[in-house]
Design a protein around this ligand. Sequence first.
Ligand code: HEM
Length: 247
Amino acid sequence: METRRVIYPVLYKSAHIVTITLAAFIVFTAKPGSSLFSWHPTLMAITFLFLTFEAVLVIDSDHSPLVGSSRSTQILFHQIINISSFASAMCGFVAIYYHKDISGYEHFKTWHGTMGVITLVIHFLQIIGGTITKYRYPYVQKLLNLKLNGLDLKIFHSSFGLLLYAVVWLTITCAMFSSWFSEYVTGIWWSICILSAVFLAIVSMHQILLFFILFVQIRIAEMFINGFVAIMRQLFFKTNKSSLKSK
Ligand code: HEM
């Protein structure tokens, strides 16, 4: 309890400062507009260090910048920020793809490039999953003979979020080993960037993990309550039947 009250707010506030500073540092290093390539680090930093990070914070009831607003408003903002982040990531991808085409480089030859594509695919699936979690689409579920309730979908959405964040941080860390980044950012600054990425990875995954644990706890409680109700019902019917027979 004490940890939640004292350490978490400090941790989240520092993560906020670190993520914005790191994004600003990458944008500053890339000098957006100086070349087609410059848009790739710029847009990816804005997408994954700012937008997706804020999208998770916005729905955190304790640390949301929209604290005090209704849950549906927070979820609406979560959805809008995530959809915009996907559009921004796509533009960042197109920029690097065309830059490599024009420069005659081969595609997806590095760990960063390969992890990057995986990240973009998981990001897309997560947006689709989030939309399904929000609207549930009962008609489609009926058509596919599925019976997923809101809680199941939330558990799935947060587990996939964990996976997304794991690949995002791997991709960003690999980017810091790219020849472009290690040419412009050296020495202590490079080490600070890597440490910041590791710190942000821990905080963001911890935050999503808390959501996941909460949903799983509710699911377990729901199963216990359902089991208890079923047992009570059976006991009640049995006693009722036997009392009717004895009459
Ligand atoms: C999670 C965010 C990111 C994703 C999804 C991503 C995705 C990608 C992809 C898919 C490629 C390969 C494109 C191709 O081969 O046609 C690539 C290349 C590249 N990216 Fe990123 N990127 C991200 C963040 C960054 C950041 C923050 C930087 C700079 C610090 C960066 C620097 C580079 C560089 C220098 C290349 C060219 C060299 C290479 O292919 O490894 N990227 N990125």
